[in-house]
Write a protein that binds this ligand. Sequence first.
Ligand code: AMP
Length: 419
Amino acid sequence: MYSTTAISQLNYMSFNQLGLSEPLLRAINKKGYANPSPIQEKAIPVILERKDILASAQTGTGKTAGFTLPILQILTQQSGNQKRKIRSLILTPTRELAAQVNQSVTDYSQFVDIKSTVIFGGVNANPQIKSLKEGIDILIATPGRLLDLHQQRALSLANVEILVLDEADRMLDMGFLRDIKRILALLPQKRQNLLFSATFSREIKLLAGSFLHQPILVEATPENTTVEKIEQRVYHVDQGRKTDLLIKLINEGNWSQVLIFTRTKHGANRLSQKLEKARINSAAIHGNKTQGARTKALSGFKEGSVRVLVATDIAARGLDIPLLPHVINFELPNISEDYIHRIGRTGRAGARGEAISLVNFDEVAYLRDIEKLTGQKIPSSSIKGFEPDPALEVAAAVEQLKTAKKPNARGGRNFSRKR
Ligand code: AMP
């Protein structure tokens, strides 16, 4: 379900008013959606008019249905008896997102004659090549595998009418700009372009300017405002005691599902192992994990067999993890915006969520930055038996003073973003 902000801002327009066909309305109905989300309300009519769009929307806003539904409508209106050709290409930055988008396309297209498939790296290409050969209308792909299979002539992009760049900002973050440009060069000149991005950096604007034609700007509510719906709390605790405190919180709160963020891949692995030792079923998800391990962890978490998912920021962004009651920051992120992304994983679909941050004295400066960004003071306390040891803080301060005197010494807050 999409984020609470989206729900609170609905003016109860119905899907019927968006100009969607009956088989699509039936699929929406089957999904149980009562009303379109704001991004759907804005984007669907514009896409149906065959205009390019530049949409600011993140995961949780319902953006996938926002582009999938009108694409399905356009493609079914024009489909004939001829052999299937790839008429829409949806590019995503990660394998997980590609798989999720394909699932949505499959769900929404169940009553229309449209076929889709998904291709991404890290797995055997043969089954993907086979399903491409069978003929598809919509291809969901990550850039690298798409270029690979194109080079092997396993697919043709000569008939693409609608291109979607999903999470374009992440694609650029992940270094896909050159691949995107190579892909754009393989597409027909005349086509409709839909660009979705959570942020609009200079690079995104440049990219958008390079291939969108008179785009209509479509904006969903920024995720920042969801923060108000989430109960946030800070527990001050020394780093070395965080795991024990976490185990206590999970056990005593009887939490059935919790998403935990760590700052590093290593930290995610370590924590997951410690939780397992404490008989708490857990899995880690981060960039060093194989595709199989990531898919397994995520599906285990969705089904409920994995109780705790430990993730890094990059791994978690873009994942659709519905209705999460608890999000824990095992460490605070050094980039304040990441805090908002992280806690946006809870408090969805009208349910209240809880976001707890375990903060040691080194992290207090990050906490202040986050409070500045959200404009809220987060209630802070400590749990009996886990109060921070003032002696440790004094010792660390002395250590810091010593290193600060050395030339070229870097403050603790300047480390690079490494995950
Ligand atoms: P997305 O932002 O596309 O990743 O979608 C986030 C979640 O919202 C997914 O689980 C969708 O199934 C759900 N969703 C999409 N559209 C609606 C809607 N109109 N009403 C309720 N939930 C929706």
